[in-house]
Design a protein around this ligand. Sequence first.
Ligand code: PRX
Length: 660
Amino acid sequence: MVDRNGRGRSRNHPVLTGSPRSPPASFVEQANVTDPEIYETFEAQWPECWERAADRLSWDEAYDTVLEDEDAPFYRWFTGGRLNAAYNCIDRHLESGRKTHTAIRWEGKHGERRTYTYRDLYVAVNEVAAALRDLGVEEDDVVTIYLPMIPELPIAMLACARIGAPHSVVFAGLSADALATRMDAADSEYLLTCDGYYRRGDAFNQKSKADNALLKLEQDVQAVVVDRLGDDLPHVLGDGEYDYHELRETFSGATVDPVSRDAEDMLFLMYTSGTTGEPKGVVHTTGGYLAHAAWTSHAVLDVKPEDTYWCAADIGWITGHSYIVYGPLALGTTTVMYEGTPDYPDRDRLWEIADRNAVDIFYTAPTAIRAFMKWGPEYPDRHDLSSLRLLGSVGEPISPRPWNWYYEHVGREACPIVDTWWQTETGAVTVSTLPAIDDMKPGAAGPGLPGIDVRVVDEAGEPVEPGESGYLTIARPWPGMARTLYDGDDRYLEEYWNRFSDPEADDWRYFSGDAARIDDDGYLTVLGRVDDVMNVSGRRLSTTEIESAITDVAGVAETAVVGRSNGTGDTEVVAYVSTEGGHDDENAVREAVVDSVESAIGPFARPSRILFTPELPKTRSGKIMRRLLEDVANGEELGDTSALRNPEIVGEIQAEIRDD
Ligand code: PRX
């Protein structure tokens, strides 16, 4: 069993998979991809098979080579080709007579609604692109976007793409410090943000967070501010700050030619948690990424131009980039964007939106599905969900019970479910069933997609037997893969490639950081992270990053952060803290720890339990035994503790957790 350092093992993973189900016939009849030979065809034609993905795009100049691997693992896809992502997501749909087709349907938190046709999107994106250019944004300048789920967010992304400026979207819930770190790392001199947004009914000030971030930066930054809250939160613009709506007014009717980008030019940067405290700037390219996002939207999510498609994720993370913005818009469909939460004003909010918009495809995360299940079937039952054709799940393992619940109560046993495994670094889906071809196994994501060579291996990199678990690796490149880290090629090699590759033999293996089990049919059951990354309700957090925020607190001597399953399948952050001598006001330290984590990362990373202990359990060489701490937090049987330097501490910690 895989257990490196004992970190990040998911305790929510399905131990068993449920009985297989075949794709519903009504779905198969109309599906985009139905040829079961597709796996063999991709295998036989690899890497040219990926031309199918590239063919879903419009190229300014055709590529000469599908894959260049001379400089592996720095792979290059569709080289020589040129294209523009905004052109692919907007202009070409106007040219094919679909101007009045709805591109974005936005559902606001308080019942506001906005609809953008492809023509409306074209106008908005052009005006914002013209305004950004006027501010001085040039090709390859990184523009940071710090916006909540409002239409101005995808508009800003596409405006950047139009002028060839890579965007770096920072999730709106991240803190001022986190924004500053990301802008600093990317040397970004432009920011799009807003005055604030509504959170649980209250006006929440986003601009003050952005202001605080800018104060920390050395570079001068020009900021564009969207007025989202009007009189609910008046704000003042300072030097170098511009009102978004005024800029649009100034550039009303302006058009900007889409900049033709090399296939390998950066489309965007996405910061994500890694195994060290520093977030990683994952670099995605224009050709390969867009081709992979569009192809998987077509083949896995079965998106068609006439669909109303809804991915209920946040655009601030990769799922929203690939499956709210780039994939669906490249295919010319209607993408739904929702600002609020699933339980406001009531627990049927999502089903009300799905019903009213006759949504065809719905894609969400297991943490949401578990909440729906807890709330009960009466909420989906209140609505007509018969328009739904396919359901998707992403972000963490889904066990058979919530899977079956989703299948019965949301999908009415008529919709296939795709359990899609992928990562910020893979760009788009890499493991999933093909919904009209493969049987579904509740609790197992599926096989590698055609052309994706997924291998579950042991410590030595050898494939494990079916039924066994091992490390989830990918043996061949794929178009949507990250090309490098903005922080440098060395870190890219270190984080993903060094562990299982044999450079002398030119044998390159991508290591995902996940463990998985593989069955006789090649289906993977993903078991969770085996590195210092935690998956908390589908969000990626670095234990090191949380630990370093806690260690910043005066009085804290040492800390270890682990994940704990809270009984409903979600993981919570548990922090063990030992204080320096003389600091015995635990409540003050507790508060300071929460504040420090919130200001370093954001409220969602806050530990749900902080346990004080005189010492942390350590090996004789002084290493903190996190595996043991994780077992203690989860109330598990403890193994042999004789290797510890201070075994007596374990009993004390167990007593502490019981009393807490
Ligand atoms: O642990 C895996 C989990 O989410 C991690 C990637 O997180 P992030 O880069 O934030 O991207 C999330 C959305 C693509 C993976 O390393 N994960 C993602 N999808 C699944 C999953 N775990 C199990 N099953 C999935 N379907």
